[in-house]
Design a protein around this ligand. Sequence first.
Ligand code: HEC
Ligand code: HEC
Ligand code: HEC
Ligand code: HEC
Ligand code: HEC
Ligand code: HEC
Ligand code: HEC
Ligand code: HEC
Ligand code: HEC
Ligand code: HEC
Length: 322
Amino acid sequence: MSRGIRWALASLLVALALPAGAQNAPAAAPADRTVQGDAVCTRCHDESESKPILAMYKTRHGVKADERTPGCQSCHGASEAHVKNATGSSTRPLPDVTFGKRAKGGVDKQVAACLTCHEGGKRSLWHGSQHQGRDVACAQCHTVHAAEDRVLVKAAQPEVCFSCHKSERAQVHRFSTHPIAAGKLACSDCHNPHGSTGPKLLVRNSVNETCYTCHAEKRGPFLWEHAPVADDCTNCHTPHGSTNPTLLKTRVPWLCQDCHSGDHGAQVNSGANLIGGNVTTVNGANPLANAAPRAQLLARACLNCHVLVHGSNHPAGSKFQR
Ligand code: HEC
Ligand code: HEC
Ligand code: HEC
Ligand code: HEC
Ligand code: HEC
Ligand code: HEC
Ligand code: HEC
Ligand code: HEC
Ligand code: HEC
Ligand code: HEC
């Protein structure tokens, strides 16, 4: 049956099936959320749609035994003009609330339709969040009419985010990464896309608090903290992916030398007085000038000696050695 004929038939059926009073019911009447109530819409919108509509009944939004469950009109509005198409126009007036590109009435209206039931909880900070501020709507991440909402599936979620965050896509395929592409970690393990009290939509108040949720051992307590570690893990690491091992922003020794300019390892090995990692010259001369090349080379491997770079306890000592 062609779509046109089906709609015409359906309009006829609704006219026959509904008592006169119901047809004139005010738009504000509480939506009938039952399957029967949905029939106002599903007469026309059924399995033959190009996109799945009824698959919703396989989702949490289809648990009709739960009285909180939405009906078509809970999200799309009563949509009387759309249902009736009183003028018989070939382009039907749109429903009260539509989603996606042709969305009617802007993003706020779509979001409000969802928040009538989902305000609070993880979304209590939605208003003022980066996504809200840039008019990202709930349905740009969530697909409610499909049996599976990809953004809720760990392995499928990143692709949803990458549709807008292209540079992160490149990052998670680098040499060293969090196992995001492998599907073991989702973006939402570290970010709350609905809003957060921390920077960059992080799930905790700070970068470190977020990292500690999985890497608790890096919190310590340490007798000797390494200042940049306690300050912010991103002083040395990048969260999504790096071309250097262990998600480091720069390779060792350059990473360390960003902050510690001295190359003291040679002195350590040549038996000279240790003058500290931050000093390269004494009385204008470089005390390492005559150091053996092997020692210089060794010194570059800072981690060979400073193994406990995240912090150390007794007896390892304050220089983060073994
Ligand atoms: C009598 C048939 C009929 C009924 C009843 C009907 N629709 Fe539609 N609906 C259509 C047709 C036809 C289109 C396609 C309009 C177009 O693409 O221009 C459509 C399109 C839509 C769209 C897509 C709008 C867009 O963004 O392009 C939504 C959403 C929708 N209907 C929801 C509903 C809801 C919710 C109900 C019940 C309250 C409902 N419809 C009842 C015929 C119907
Ligand atoms: C939980 C809110 C919600 C409920 C309930 C709901 N919809 Fe939708 N509808 C949406 C959203 C969001 C979209 C945009 C596409 C998507 O996310 O799947 C949409 C899209 C549509 C479309 C357009 C599909 C397209 O993209 O071409 C139609 C038609 C539609 N809905 C009809 C219905 C009908 C019929 C019902 C009742 C069985 C219903 N909707 C129930 C939220 C809802
Ligand atoms: C009339 C109330 C109502 C409306 C409106 C509504 N929802 Fe829901 N939603 C629910 C209920 C009830 C559940 C199931 C919650 C539970 O089981 O704790 C749910 C669950 C969900 C879930 C979790 C699904 C899962 O599999 O865990 C998502 C995501 C969601 N809704 C998104 C949306 C979006 C997006 C919109 C707007 C397009 C929307 N909802 C509109 C009532 C609603
Ligand atoms: C930028 C993408 C994105 C946007 C925009 C978004 N969500 Fe989500 N949503 C997610 C992800 C990812 C999850 C799963 C992780 C989680 O629970 O935090 C989720 C989970 C949910 C859940 C199920 C978990 C729970 O708290 O019960 C609901 C309900 C939900 N979102 C509703 C909404 C509503 C309503 C909006 C619009 C105000 C919205 N979402 C906007 C990505 C998004
Ligand atoms: C429809 C496009 C879109 C989708 C899909 C989307 N985002 Fe966003 N996101 C944005 C925009 C726009 C901003 C704000 C501008 C910016 O900073 O890039 C933003 C901001 C962010 C920020 C904060 C950046 C900052 O500088 O504070 C994070 C983190 C983020 N998104 C994560 C996610 C995650 C995780 C997902 C998937 C669950 C996701 N986004 C899905 C568009 C999107
Ligand atoms: C292991 C935790 C973690 C995971 C998993 C994660 N992120 Fe992030 N993300 C962070 C941290 C931490 C920052 C802040 C980085 C900074 O300040 O340098 C961040 C920053 C961002 C930003 C802002 C970038 C900018 O330049 O300001 C976006 C966008 C983002 N993440 C998106 C994503 C997306 C999309 C995913 C999933 C593919 C994801 N993140 C997975 C921890 C994570
Ligand atoms: C949701 C849990 C989780 C969170 C949160 C998390 N990580 Fe991870 N991290 C992992 C997992 C899983 C691995 C991989 C471990 C493995 O492969 O043995 C990993 C590995 C790493 C590695 C080693 C990578 C390599 O190539 O060996 C570093 C460095 C790291 N994380 C730093 C961080 C930082 C910094 C943060 C905070 C921005 C953070 N992680 C937040 C789960 C997490
Ligand atoms: C001063 C630079 C620096 C800072 C800051 C830093 N790290 Fe590291 N991290 C390293 C280096 C260097 C390695 C590689 C160690 C190796 O290869 O032996 C590493 C390795 C790791 C690893 C993988 C190996 C292991 O030890 O488990 C994890 C996980 C990790 N860091 C987490 C964190 C977390 C979480 C923070 C913030 C609390 C943090 N790092 C802050 C330098 C740093
Ligand atoms: C972002 C800057 C930064 C980076 C990168 C960094 N450090 Fe540090 N480091 C510090 C600061 C600040 C202190 C504390 C200095 C103080 O207390 O005088 C410190 C202290 C130390 C100490 C103990 C010094 C003492 O006097 O007790 C050692 C050893 C050390 N760092 C080794 C390393 C190594 C090895 C690396 C590379 C893996 C590294 N650091 C990377 C900033 C950094
Ligand atoms: C061969 C072992 C070895 C190597 C390699 C090494 N160190 Fe050290 N480092 C030491 C020892 C031993 C001490 C301090 C001994 C003491 O005073 O307790 C020290 C002390 C330090 C200190 C503290 C200096 C001070 O003021 O007391 C810093 C900072 C430091 N190293 C950074 C580095 C950096 C950066 C690298 C790589 C470029 C590096 N070390 C390579 C053995 C090494």
